[in-house]
Design a protein around this ligand. Structure first.
Ligand code: AMP
Ligand code: ZN
Length: 132
């Protein structure tokens, strides 16, 4: 399979590894948004969140929590974003599930924002009828 994150996660391609266990490898992003930008990669391939087994999903968040705490303590960042993209439209470029840990610093150049809209009554009712 020609998936670069499968190869990295399983050690076929070297990476700057911060942590590894049977299920995951945690690496430094090669094109970091900020100092300490880290990626959590499951070793078993899943294209995205929808395909991720529940057990891996649970473990991924627990691991993200411990890595985020370690990064926050060690780098003394002012904040931190946990980001996970699904689909090209959402910014996914590598189609092997991963989570970004992006440390934030006052006056950094990271842009993750959106312009807040307004939930109309009609839209609220439509969404409740579809999604609830
Ligand atoms: P996404 O846009 O959510 O799919 O994120 C993919 C991330 O993987 C980007 O932040 C890239 O900089 C990062 N990336 C791509 N190739 C590598 C690699 N070989 N080693 C480490 N990070 C990588
Ligand atoms: Zn893969």
């Amino acid at each position: 399979m020609e998936c670069i994150f499968c190869k990295i996660a399983n050690g076929e391609i070297p990476s700057a590894t911060l942590y590894e266990d049977n299920d995951f490898r945690v690496i430094l992003d090669v094109n970091p948004a900020s100092k300490g930008h880290t990626l959590i990669l499951p070793k078993k391939h899943a294209d995205n969140l929808y395909e991720l087994p529940d057990e891996t999903a649970s473990k991924a968040l627990v691991l993200a929590k411990s890595m985020a705490s370690k990064i926050e303590r060690a780098l003394e960042c002012d904040g931190l974003n946990l980001v996970q993209n699904n689909g090209e439209t959402a910014g996914q470029t590598v189609f092997h599930f991963h989570m970004h840990i992006i440390p934030r610093y006052k006056n950094d150049n990271v842009k993750l924002g959106w312009k807040p809209g307004k939930l109309s009554d009609a839209m609220r009712e439509e969404l409740l009828s579809i999604l609830k």
